[in-house]
Unconditional design. Structure first.
Length: 81
């Protein structure tokens, strides 16, 4: 198998796993709060966790786009050959 394809697949898989881990962690934290129980420190921590989740989501989409671009380019090369 092509090393570039392997690298892109691995990158996409790892980015997705990171995103899912962060989203799961944030969701788990949110389920422990009530409007009366959340402190200002909790709010800051949730904001930071949310920012990490958004960054992980963007990284996943970049990795996915790179993989799709590679696959489409390879498919076009094969059909043109």
């Amino acid at each position: 198998m092509d090393k570039e394809l392997q690298r892109l697949r691995q990158s996409c898989r790892l980015a997705l796993e990171r995103y899912l881990d962060l989203a799961s962690h944030e969701n788990g934290r949110l389920t422990t709060f009530t409007p009366e129980s959340i402190s200002s420190l909790d709010r800051v921590n949730l904001l930071l966790l949310s920012q990490k989740e958004k960054a992980a989501h963007q990284n996943y989409h970049r990795a996915k786009a790179a993989l799709l671009t590679y696959l489409e380019g390879a498919a076009n090369a094969q059909s043109g050959a």
